[in-house]
Design a protein around this ligand. Structure first.
Ligand code: NAD
Length: 272
């Protein structure tokens, strides 16, 4: 599949770039000629992905940064500007859930600790807002740039068990619209903010939750997801790439404030 959009010379900051999905996004952006700052709380992971990009002939730096800590983000911004001199694209990819903020057989809703829910809410919501403040300020000063947030199916209708994650991703989708309007009203219509909302992807992290290790058959949870996905299959992580490249490129120059499901029609299906 030829997905070339031409991002030569653009500088992209990818938070959570050491992780499964955002590492792929970082590599895809690099393949289009963008220079990449891979940011992650796990410095080793960030540097590892940056090294892979460089080995493949791209230009990248790997930096430690905590998306819920403004001083850490400001230090990363300095490092990015020193390395590349500019910022054109921000992918707000860092995020995730925690079992402690999820109801289960062992932990009822009534027992969930505020601090545990707060951790997940802050990581996903403020972990999107703070980098947009810190890196978006550079783009606002230039009057051009692209922000892509990572929402989730949990944002449209909450998923069972994941109370804080669902709430935070709904807030991420809401913030995507708010920020798109704010940038356009107060700075420039060339500052665009969109989100992708991945559906259910089979990655190494969830493979054995969704499929049986020995037989490869679907688990009951995996079967439920497939039944609710009109496409009848899980997505692959690299199926997010087309939308990311499109949203980063001038091909989407009139698209801002959109939350794009990449979900095999999961979010469109009522179940009937
Ligand atoms: P992942 O755990 O592989 O990657 C997340 C990365 O974020 C990790 O490298 C982690 O070290 C980093 N990180 C965590 N806390 C951080 C912090 N405070 N500061 C900086 N970096 C931090 O997860 P993934 O599956 O690649 O998910 C990436 C994004 O996609 C997340 O926002 C997630 O919520 C979202 N998402 C994932 C799926 C899925 O099916 N995997 C579906 C919908 C949305």
């Amino acid at each position: 599949m030829d997905l070339s959009v031409g991002l030569t010379g653009k500088v992209a900051v990818v938070t959570g770039g050491g992780g499964v999905l955002c590492a792929q996004m970082a590599k895809a952006l690099a393949s289009q000629g963008a220079r990449i700052a891979v940011l992650d709380i796990n410095e080793q992971a960030a540097q590892g992905i940056a090294a892979e990009i460089v080995t493949a002939g791209g230009d990248a730096v790997g930096l430690a940064a905590n998306v819920v800590n403004r001083p850490s983000l400001l230090a990363a911004r300095e490092a990015v500007l020193t390395a590349f001199g500019s910022i054109d694209i921000l992918i707000n990819g860092a995020g995730g859930n925690s079992p402690k903020a999820t109801t289960s057989e062992e932990r009822s809703f009534f027992e969930l600790a505020q601090a545990d829910m707060q951790f997940v809410f802050d990581l996903n919501f403020f972990g999107t807002v703070l980098p947009t403040q810190v890196f978006g300020e550079v783009m606002a000063a230039k009057g051009a740039g692209v922000v892509i947030n990572v929402s989730s199916m949990a944002a449209f209708t909450p998923l069972t068990r994941t109370i804080a994650y669902s709430a935070a991703k709904a807030a991420v989708s809401n913030f995507t619209q708010w920020m798109a309007v704010h940038f356009a009203h107060h700075y420039s219509s060339k500052l665009r903010v969109n989100a992708i909302a991945p559906g259910f992807l089979l990655t190494e992290q969830n493979r054995f939750l969704l499929t049986d290790k020995l037989t490869g058959q679907l688990t009951p949870r995996g079967q439920k997801i497939i039944d609710a996905t009109p496409a009848g299959r899980f997505g692959e992580a690299d199926e997010l790439i087309g939308a990311v490249l499109f949203l980063c490129s001038d091909a989407s120059s009139f698209i801002s404030g959109a939350v794009i499901p990449i979900d095999g029609a999961f979010s469109a299906y009522s179940g009937v």
